[in-house]
Design a protein around this ligand. Structure first.
Ligand SMILES: Nc1ncnc2c1ncn2[C@@H]1O[C@H](COP(=O)(O)OP(=O)(O)OP(=O)(O)O)[C@@H](O)[C@H]1O
Ligand SMILES: [Mg+2]
Length: 459
């Protein structure tokens, strides 16, 4: 057994047996928690720090051991479970193993049996821990260039790590400047294809008439000017990844051919009769609404479904304001160093302006602001006056409400309530205090709003 500590739980309604196993485990250096009722065990474990090991009695009132095993394994698949019973039947042992138990012990459990069991089990737990640690290390490495710890970013990073390990076609969706290209880099670098090419094509930047030749290549003489054969980007990406940025701009003829690559992994150069097999993972991105493009007949619906096997939605910066201070500080430091300027600090008022600003250009806009401030702000402190006008205008529009004459009073009341709630972080008590009304009035008004405009509230 290694020097690690192991945590075990014992679930047994027979207090004498439970206590004696508890004593044996403590003697073996295991941290234990003993539950004489399965419900107590389930409630506690599923909320707190999960154990490594569970010793579960087979026959208990209310839940039998198999039921406890099933529920525990459902929530904690890595948990090593050992079923125990005073009467050993082959059937119950087989059933326990079928539902994921590691072993089946006869009660009373003897020290020698336990010692042998723990040697094997602790080795298995060490292995699980090592796999988990390596996975986390890899995950951190894959997404280390993506700054942000907001819950939506953390979730996004987890998704990137999982998706990068598959070969599935990915569509990255998000507003301009949200970091879609960084995500594509992470997906490629986290995959087994990382030693091969990641070929990036901006579909909006290549003239339509040249797109097919670029993507699929051509043979000598295929068209005027084709003086020699040239492989397409799909061929160059063989074994690796191809990234079609602004995929909504892909011309119709190239859409048909791309569909074919996705279906059969086959390409045909222009002017050739021979097809070639390629092994390419396709990632595409867009900041446009592809559904609209489909409606207008500009984008093939069948291609959309092929591209959108795994969608990755990148949240706009205004929806992860928690990350603004961190991103700002890192970019500002980076540009101050790059331009040999002394380190700068942002004042809390100026930071508040940044947090309420809607950031239509997302992280790219924030990065440009930092570059600008590093170069132009003379003092060490960045104050609100140092920020460009749009930041102060946005603050004004966040705290004022303009309503056209003739707006029904009810709508005005609801808008005032909603805007005040936004300013208070959806705190009803605080909003009621500011508006000098009862919190119940706010709740009543919110109930009358259509569901999708109803914000989450807290007290
Ligand atoms: N989470 C992030 N951490 C660090 N830098 C970021 C992050 N998100 C975006 N950036 C930076 O912001 C800039 C824009 O990112 P990127 O080019 O990936 O955006 P995009 O979503 O592809 O935008 P577009 O739709 O306009 O092509 C880049 O300089 C990138 O390095
Ligand atoms: Mg981009």
């Amino acid at each position: 057994m290694s020097v690690h500590t192991y945590r075990a739980i014992i679930v047994d309604d027979d207090i004498d047996c439970g206590n004696s196993l508890n004593t044996l485990l403590i003697r073996k250096g295991i941290q234990t928690t003993y539950f004489d009722h399965p419900k107590k065990a389930l409630d506690t474990i599923l909320e707190g720090h999960p154990p490594d090991l569970a010793f579960i009695d087979l026959r208990m009132p209310t839940f039998d051991g198999i039921e406890v095993l099933k529920r525990l394994k459902h929530h904690l698949p890595d948990l090593t479970c050992i079923l125990m019973s005073g009467v050993g039947t082959v059937d119950s042992a087989v059933e326990a193993i079928k539902y994921g138990a590691h072993d089946f012990l006869l009660k009373p459990v003897r020290l020698q049996t336990l010692t042998l069991l723990l040697e094997k089990v602790c080795e298995k737990i060490d292995l699980h821990r090592e796999v988990r640690r390596l996975r986390e290390e890899k995950a951190n490495l894959t997404t280390s260039h993506l700054i942000g710890n907001a819950p939506s970013m953390a979730e996004l990073k987890r998704r990137i790590v999982t998706v990068s390990q598959s070969d599935a076609t990915v569509l990255v969706l998000g507003e301009s400047g949200t970091g879609k290209e960084l995500i594509v880099d992470a997906l490629h670098n986290g995959s087994t294809r990382k030693k091969k090419n990641l070929i990036k094509i901006n579909c909006g930047a290549i003239p339509h008439e040249l797109m097919e030749a670029e993507l699929f290549g051509f043979e000598k003489g295929a068209f005027t000017g084709a003086v020699q054969a040239k492989p397409g980007l799909f061929e160059l990406a063989d074994g690796g990844t191809i990234f079609l940025d602004e995929v909504g701009e892909l011309p119709q003829s190239a859409q048909v051919k791309t569909l074919r690559v996705l279906q059969d992994q086959i390409i045909t150069r222009i002017g050739s009769t021979k097809s070639k097999k390629v092994n390419v993972r396709l990632i595409s991105a867009t900041n446009k609404d592809l559904y609209q493009a489909i409606q207008k007949g500009e984008f093939r619906e069948d291609l959309f479904y092929r591209l959108n096997v795994i969608p990755i939605h990148v949240p706009p910066l205004r929806e992860r304001t928690d990350d603004i201070p961190l991103l700002f500080r890192l970019f500002l430091d980076r540009y101050c160093t790059q331009y040999h300027k002394a380190e700068k600090i942002i004042g809390s008022k100026a930071l508040a302006y940044l947090i309420q600003y809607p950031w239509p250009g997302n992280v790219r806009e924030l990065e440009h602001l930092c570059e600008q401030l590093a170069l132009t702000c003379r003092s060490q402190w960045i104050r609100e006056e140092d920020l460009p006008n749009q930041f102060r205008d946005a603050k004004q529009s966040a705290t004022t409400l303009t309503v056209p004459l003739g707006t029904p009073l009810k709508h005005i009341t609801q808008q005032v309530i909603q805007r005040t709630l936004s300013l208070t972080g959806h705190n009803v008590t605080e909003a009621a205090r500011i508006l000098n009304i009862h919190p119940k009035t706010i709740r009543r008004q919110l109930k009358e709003l259509p569901q999708e405009t109803n914000p989450p509230i807290s007290l």
